[in-house]
Write a protein that binds this ligand. Structure first.
Ligand code: NDP
Ligand SMILES: CC(C)CCC[C@@H](C)[C@H]1CC[C@H]2C3=C(CC[C@]12C)[C@@]1(C)CCC(=O)C[C@@H]1CC3
Length: 345
C-alpha cells in the first residue's frame, strides 16, 4: 500500500502569488526558509525557490499539482476591485474559492489562510475602530465586496479541527507599497488629468492605510500560529498599520512626495456621491453603445469621504501582531519606489 508523504511544514503555496500582495508574501516566505509553489493566472517574475503553476483557480485539475506536498496555502487571488464584472467576481471569488477549499482537502493541505478584506463590514457609512464582531455588510457597496463576504464565510466555515483542516482569514485595509498597481497609479493618473484638486467632505475622515510588509507579517503570523487548539481557527483578523490617518492627508503626502500639488478645495460629500452615482448609472445604461470608466465611482467616493478604520487588538492578542513598518516609513519607501510616476518623469 502506498504511504502518504506528510507534507513538509516549510513547503507552502501562494494562490495569486504573481499579484502585488502575493509577490511580497512569496519574497518574505523565501527569506524565512519556505519553499513556495505559486499558482496564478499569469506569471510576472521568476525567483529561485519558487515553482510557478499558471492557471485559473476555478480549474481544480490545474490547481491540484500546485498543492502537491504542501501543508500550508495562502489564497490571495481576486479580480481587481475596480472591475465592474459581477459574473467574474462570482466565478472567481465564490465558485473559485469553493474549488480552492476542495482542492486543499483533496491534496491533504492542513492550513488555509485567506486574504479577505476589512471592507466586508463596510456599507459606505462611518466605521470607527471597527472590531471583527461587526456584522457583514447587509448592503455591500459593490460586487467586489459582496463576493469577498461570501468568500470569507466559505473559508471560515470550512475550518474543521477534527479533520485537521484549519482555516483563518486576514482582513487588511488599504494596502500600499512598492509595486502596488492600483492606489498610487490611480492617484497619480487622476492628478495628471487635473482631477485631484478637490477634497470630498471636510477632509477630517480617518482611514487605515496598511503598508504591504505589515500585511505580509500578519499573514505569516496567522499561518504559524494556526494550530488545532488555537483561537485563530475559523476566525477573521484585521491587520492594519494601527495608525489611522486622515484620508486626504495620506493622499496629499503621496502626491506631494511625487511632486504634485495637494488637493485644496472642498466639495460637499453628498453632492459628489450623488454625481458619482449618476455617472455610474449612465455608464451602465450606455455600456452597449460605448464604454467609459468614471474615476470617481460611488465606491471610491464613499471610501474617500467617510471614516473607516479598524481595531487590530484581536490580532495583537492572538497572533502577537504589531506593525513592523510605520506609516511614515511606509509612505517614504512607497514614494521612492515610483520614480516613473513623479511629476515631469
Ligand atoms: N489591495 C488592497 O488594498 C486590498 C486587497 N485585498 C485583497 O488582497 C488580495 C490581493 O490583492 P492585490 O495583491 O492587491 O491584487 P492583485 O490583483 O495584485 O493580485 C491578485 C492576483 O490574483 C490573480 N488572479 C485573478 N484571478 C485569478 C484566477 N481566476 N486564477 C488565478 N489567479 C487569479 C491576478 O491576476 P490578474 O492580475 O491577471 O487578474 C493577480 O495576479 C485580494 O484577495 C484582495 O481582495 C484586501 C484588502 C485591501
Ligand atoms: C480618485 C481618488 C478619490 C481616490 C484614489 C485612490 C483610490 C484608488 C484608493 C483609495 C482607497 C483605496 C482602497 C481600495 C482600492 C484603491 C482605493 C480606492 C480597496 C477598495 C482595495 C480592495 C479592498 O479590499 C479595500 C480597499 C479600500 C481602500
Amino acid at each position: 500500500m502506498a504511504t502518504r508523504v506528510r507534507p513538509s511544514s516549510k513547503r507552502c503555496a501562494v494562490i495569486g502569488g504573481s499579484g502585488f500582495l502575493g509577490r511580497h508574501l512569496v519574497e518574505k516566505l523565501l527569506e524565512r526558509g519556505y519553499s513556495v509553489s505559486v499558482f496564478d493566472i499569469r506569471q510576472s517574475y521568476e525567483l529561485p525557490g519558487v515553482t510557478f503553476h499558471q492557471g485559473d483557480l476555478c480549474d481544480k485539475q490545474a490547481l491540484l499539482p500546485a498543492l502537491k506536498d504542501v501543508s500550508l496555502v495562502f489564497h490571495c487571488a481576486s479580480p481587481a476591485p475596480a472591475s465592474d464584472d459581477r459574473g467574474l467576481f462570482e466565478r472567481v471569488n465564490i465558485q473559485g474559492t469553493r474549488i480552492v477549499i476542495q482542492a486543499c482537502i483533496e491534496a491533504g493541505v492542513q492550513k488555509l489562510v485567506l486574504t479577505s478584506s476589512a471592507s466586508v463590514v463596510f456599507e459606505g457609512t462611518d466605521i470607527k475602530n471597527g472590531r471583527e464582531d461587526l456584522p457583514y455588510a447587509r448592503k455591500p457597496i459593490d460586487y467586489y465586496t459582496e463576493t469577498k463576504i461570501e468568500q470569507e464565510k466559505l473559508v471560515l466555515e470550512a475550518c474543521n479541527t477534527e479533520r485537521g483542516f484549519l482555516t483563518t482569514a486576514i482582513r487588511p485595509h488599504g494596502i500600499f507599497g512598492p509595486r502596488d498597481p492600483q492606489l498610487v497609479p490611480i492617484l497619480v493618473d487622476t492628478a495628471r488629468r487635473g482631477k485631484m484638486k478637490f477634497i470630498i467632505g471636510d477632509g477630517t475622515n480617518l482611514v487605515d492605510f496598511t503598508f504591504v510588509e505589515n500585511v505580509v507579517h500578519g499573514h505569516i503570523l496567522a499561518a504559524e500560529h494556526l494550530r488545532q487548539d488555537s483561537p485563530i481557527c475559523g476566525r477573521p483578523y484585521h491587520i492594519t498599520n494601527d495608525e489611522p490617518i486622515r484620508f486626504w492627508d495620506f493622499m496629499s503626502e503621496v502626491l506631494v512626495g511625487l511632486g504634485y500639488a495637494a488637493p485644496r478645495y472642498h466639495l460637499p460629500y453628498s453632492l459628489v456621491y450623488g454625481l458619482a452615482l449618476l455617472l455610474w448609472l449612465l455608464a451602465l445604461i450606455l455600456r452597449p453603445l460605448f464604454s467609459f470608466k468614471p474615476t470617481f465611482t460611488p465606491m471610491r467616493v464613499a471610501l474617500a469621504g467617510t471614516h473607516h478604520y479598524y481595531s487590530c487588538d484581536r490580532a495583537k492578542q492572538d497572533l502577537g501582531y504589531k506593525p513592523i513598518v510605520s506609516l511614515k516609513d511606509g509612505i517614504a519607501r512607497t514614494v521612492e519606489s515610483y520614480p516613473h510616476l513623479r511629476q515631469g518623469a
